[in-house]
Ligand binder design. Structure first.
Ligand SMILES: Nc1ncnc2c1ncn2[C@@H]1O[C@H](COP(=O)(O)OP(=O)(O)O)[C@@H](O)[C@H]1O
Ligand SMILES: [Mg+2]
Length: 248
């Protein structure tokens, strides 16, 4: 297993926002995480990446067999975890170009990525400062493509993005995860994994997820084929997830 989460309970601002979460992500697997607003999806990512406001009160997170507890954020990133923020901060005084120089892996052709994501005009601007919703998403995508993490945590990559940009972001994520590439079957492609949080599920039109989960009130209440989950949510809403849960 690449990532193992065991009985995880996380406290934020004096309140448990996640409880008893269990999740396994294998090498090369893409998991979709659904759930209503406020369910705790973003908090789960914050706990994995190790932001200090998100305190692990119980349980463990293992990545590549290493226990992440007490490990600072930069060590986790070095170990191979990358986060695409739902709402990244604007950083005054730091140019996007400087940030890319810090996070770019040697083998990455950054000029090509900048061209493909039409980000050339943003390189000498402060990170995210005054960027539109779509521009923020493209900047996040550029950073995570430069970083090439073994586990990509993608927090609502399609939210607030128009259709044209969804296609662009979708293709970028496919490339990051090396999905949809010709001549690369499951055995030969790189073993990059991801968790994709999606409120709407639109991103699944572009990225083929292997497994799906529903997070509700801070815990995973359902693990199913992602298309099946999406169909149910679109038809009946998250209420149906709870009805289904009550039946079991
Ligand atoms: N830094 C924080 N301080 C206080 N409360 C927080 C913080 N982060 C998250 N929460 C609370 O935790 C709950 C889950 O939030 P979040 O993980 O962002 O949900 P989701 O991403 O599923 O919409 C919400 O009630 C939210 O207000
Ligand atoms: Mg969120």
């Amino acid at each position: 297993m690449l990532l193992q989460i065991r009985d995880l309970t996380v406290e934020v601002a004096g309140r448990d926002v996640l409880h008893d979460v269990n999740l396994d992500i294998g090498p090369g697997e893409i998991h979709a995480l659904f759930g209503p607003n406020g369910a705790g999806k973003t908090s789960l990512f914050m706990a994995i990446i190790g932001l200090e406001d998100y305190k692990v009160r119980k349980g463990r997170i293992l990545f590549k067999g290493k226990d992440l507890s007490g490990m600072p954020v930069y060590e986790r990133v070095k170990l191979g975890i990358g986060l695409f923020f739902q709402r990244p901060p604007a950083i005054r005084g730091l140019k996007l170009r400087q940030l890319l120089e810090i996070c770019c892996r040697e083998k990455v052709d950054i000029d090509k990525l900048v061209f493909e994501l039409a980000m050339a005009d943003f390189l000498d601007r402060d990170v995210n400062y005054g960027f539109s919703g779509g521009e923020v998403r493209r900047a996040e995508l550029l950073q995570i493509l430069a970083l090439q993490p073994d586990l990509a945590l993608l927090d609502e990559p399609e939210s607030g993005v128009d259709l044209e940009n969804i296609a662009l972001v979708g293709r970028g994520i496919n490339r990051l995860l090396e999905r949809g590439m010709p001549c690369k079957d499951r055995e030969t492609r790189a073993q990059r994994s991801a968790i994709i949080i999606s409120h709407t599920g639109y991103i699944l039109d572009y990225v083929d997820a292997d497994k799906g989960h529903v997070l509700y009130n801070g815990t995973i209440v359902c693990s199913e084929e992602p298309r099946k989950i999406l169909e149910t949510i679109r038809k009946y809403g998250y209420e149906e997830c709870m009805r289904c849960l009550r039946r079991t």
